[in-house]
Design a protein around this ligand. Structure first.
Ligand code: NAD
Ligand code: GLY
Length: 365
């Protein structure tokens, strides 16, 4: 039986369905929520077979009218050029407001497809069918959509909530192991920011969870994300920003590695270790035992916990100044106070950050 998490957002509320064998019956699930609209199915070329095909087979059998397009895999598709190609394609195919977009793929396709849906004709409904662990536990839920500019990642976008999310655990069977681990970093993050029981359970589970455990992992992560997002949909009260634990330095590490040295979750894993060390320095209540447990769990999940040679502490700090959470040039960190709880800290002493960066392997300059 699939597990369903409701994301309560008034008239923008929706269900996230988590389970197995969901794609083969996706037409029924889509029909229940949206009736029988014309559909535009957008999918990552890497999931054409078997996953996008399963979606389209289900839609064909149920008699849906749909068009489809495949998008090249990878971050480069979150671009002005790619969305422009898709806008023109939708217009040429005369898609009207009664169209629903279905995005099948990881966070790249979800972010791109979500922004396409949010912007085409000033907004059409969309369905997320995430096929990576990261997309299931994070990017498909909460309505952040967008594309990258030359100047930086996710600089153009919109909040545009999906009408339905179908997280089919079966799709993870073809996901490369490194991508799976990258998603696990976000799961571990949920344990630290909100759920000590999830954290302890992950410690016992080991690096290769069975399908039933995976369903539970995704379900609990989505519950946490839904709680946070419904309390602060547009990141105005500060609550949603707790999801960025490990991301201030993590984003800087990703950018310094030119977005190719580390996957997102790998950079976040190192960022979480840095934030954890910073919390110890700031005496937030976070203990050295908590720190050791975090480092051990990341290692057990085969995620990096320190930087390789060649990263400059100074350059990383410079990069944090353009972080989207910086306000009036002041960098803000989300620091743990105990397992399951974090706080927002501004005015962190730069020397403390430098010292932490040295501890995790950055060069002094
Ligand atoms: P991704 O979409 O690039 O997928 C990772 C890789 O896995 C790609 O090569 C893809 O082709 C492949 N892939 C996807 N599903 C597969 C499957 N089932 N089997 C085999 N291969 C598969 O990356 P991602 O990690 O899913 O997402 C990263 C993106 O998400 C970034 O652009 C990031 O900015 C964004 N993001 C958005 C949010 C949000 O709230 N909107 C949150 C976190 C991350
Ligand atoms: N991934 C962070 C957020 O959705 O706010």
């Amino acid at each position: 039986m699939p597990d369903t998490v409701r994301v309560p957002l008034g008239d923008r509320s929706y269900d996230v369905v988590v389970g197995s064998s969901l794609l083969g019956n996706c037409a029924e699930s889509i029909g229940e929520v949206l009736g029988k609209p014309r559909l535009f199915v957008l999918f990552d070329e890497a999931v054409a077979l078997p996953w996008a095909q399963q979606v389209m087979d289900s839609l064909s059998t149920a008699g849906f009218a749909f068009d489809h397009v495949s998008v090249p895999s990878g971050e480069k598709s979150k671009s002005v050029a790619e969305i422009s190609r898709l806008w023109e394609m939708m217009a040429q195919r005369a898609f009207t407001r009664d169209t629903t977009l279905v995005a099948v793929g990881g966070g790249v396709i979800g972010d791109l497809g979500g922004f396409l849906a949010g912007s085409y004709l000033r907004g059409i409904p969309f369905v997320q069918i995430p096929t990576t662990l990261l997309a299931m536990v994070d990017s498909s839920v909460g309505g952040k959509t967008g594309i990258n500019l030359q100047a930086g990642k996710n600089l153009v976008g919109a909040f545009w909530q999906p009408a339905l999310v179908l997280a089919d655990i079966d799709t993870l069977s073809t996901l490369p192991i490194e991508e799976f681990r990258s998603g696990m970093a976000e799961v571990i993050k949920y344990g630290v920011i909100r759920d000590p029981d999830l954290f302890s359970w992950l410690e016992q589970l080991g690096p290769n969870p069975a399908a039933a455990d995976l369903t539970r992992i995704v379900h609990r992560s989505v519950q946490i994300k839904a709680e946070v997002v419904s309390g602060d949909e547009r990141e105005t009260t500060g609550l949603r920003a707790i999801l960025n634990f490990g991301h201030t330095l993590g984003h800087a590490i990703e950018a310094e590695g030119a977005y190719s040295a580390f996957r997102h979750g790998e950079a976040i894993a190192i960022g979480m270790v840095a934030a954890s060390l910073l919390a110890l320095k700031r005496e937030t209540g976070w203990s050295s035992d908590d720190h050791s447990r975090l480092e051990k769990l990341l290692k057990q999940s085969e995620l990096p916990t320190s930087l390789p040679k060649g990263y400059s502490a100074r350059r990383l700090i410079d990069r944090t100044r353009v972080d989207k959470k910086a306000v009036s040039g002041q960098v803000r960190y989300i620091l743990p106070t105990s397992l399951g709880s974090v706080k927002f800290v501004k005015g962190v002493d730069e020397n403390a950050v430098l010292s932490v960066l040295h501890e995790i392997g950055a060069a002094p300059e």
